[in-house]
Design a protein around this ligand. Sequence first.
Ligand SMILES: [Zn+2]
Length: 249
Amino acid sequence: MDNAGGMRDTEGLQSSLFFETPEEIYARVFRELRPRAPLPDLRVEFRRFANADSFIRLENGRLEVRISDLLAGAPAPVMEALAHILLGKLYRKPVPRSYAHRYRLYLNRRDFRRQAHLVRQIRGRKFISGPQGTHHNLEEIFERLNGQFFDGLLGRPQLGWSRRASRSLLGHFDPSHNAIIISRILDQPRGPALAPAVALEYVMFHEMLHLRYPVDHLASRRRVHTREFREAEKEFPQLKEAKEILKRL
Ligand SMILES: [Zn+2]
């Protein structure tokens, strides 16, 4: 960044006087929804997601919001509407219609959709396949598990099948491309197949937990599967059965 001298300082001062930062917007909406609760630490980040989905979570008293960078330039009233939607979901409060409407209206604008489409094309180029396999659709599985275990709040990453039917790497989450890739060996017909659907669902659930509990890129395998991660994994009802099936692959 070049040095624009005093000019830049003046501009910075003005914007801090007249505009709310995303954190300030979330703090204000939080106070509106929960006037008596203490304000948690707040962090709002823009991430390179493949779509406009956003994500919120409360952990150790800290509120983390991740918003698609597609929305980084959205006008403040749209940010405010999204804050009402995300915080409303988190605290199970009804979201006033006007906010839901305002947000939807923005996402449906033609310029926004064109930009999102372009970004999706460019980012999608890195991937070999889309979510549709021969027998299973990864998007359907993701959304079903999202509703069942994550209150539907996980932002959907790119989903794809690996090119080769690997037995050793059944799935992985690639944070730099925000993608979950599942081994093609799990794309088998329903019924008495080699890898029944429950094994595929378990592998997807496991990779979704990596989204839910992100860790430092360089973390060891042990640290990647933290205690918190392992506890959450136990919520999968057919965990033992699925692991048995995968062992026999
Ligand atoms: Zn893992």
